[in-house]
Design a protein around this ligand. Structure first.
Ligand SMILES: Cc1cc2nc3c(=O)[nH]c(=O)nc-3n(C[C@H](O)[C@H](O)[C@H](O)COP(=O)(O)O)c2cc1C
Length: 134
């Protein structure tokens, strides 16, 4: 795992929704918009699985994600890649249920998707485009 620098965390937490990409075991890609995505600590991101379908199937086969985020005000963009663990009960799942239900009681929470961050890249255009940050 790696530690996301503060500007990466801020950029993620500022942007909603965030595109989340997965792939099945053959490498077929899929991308969805996710609003319930937040940084929990330097190394961890939560996603609330309210409606995930192909995304969830992909994660069961291939537990890896990539997200991309952009802050137009501060002119920053990052790609974050990580490994995923799916929780359907226990304290982390209950934490995610409480987070979602604080915003909308009617929203289903099928699971909590816990991303352990492994790589962060600069995705802003310019000379550092694509360079690994951590
Ligand atoms: C603006 C927007 C925000 C969304 N936020 C979430 C979310 O926080 N959690 C979720 O499970 N699905 C969310 N969705 C639904 C997913 O984008 C997508 O429709 C769902 O995962 C089914 O697609 P899939 O079969 O590719 O997984 C959102 C959709 C939109 C358009």
């Amino acid at each position: 795992m790696v530690k996301m620098p503060p500007d990466v965390q801020e950029t993620i937490n500022k942007q909603k929704p965030i595109p989340v990409a997965t792939a099945d075991s053959d490498g077929k890609p899929n991308v969805v918009f996710i609003t319930f995505l937040k940084v929990v600590d330097d190394e961890t991101i939560y996603i609330a699985d309210n409606f995930l379908n192909k995304t969830r199937a992909n994660l069961d086969e291939n537990p890896r994600v990539s997200i991309v985020t952009y802050d137009s005000e501060n002119k920053k963009s990052f790609q974050v890649k990580g490994r995923v663990e799916i929780m359907t009960d226990g304290p982390v799942y209950e934490e995610v249920v409480a987070w979602v239900h604080a915003k909308s009681k009617a929203m289903p929470v099928k699971s909590a998707v816990v991303i352990r961050v492994e790589e962060v890249y600069n995705a802003m255009h310019g000379p550092d485009a694509g360079k690994r940050i951590v």
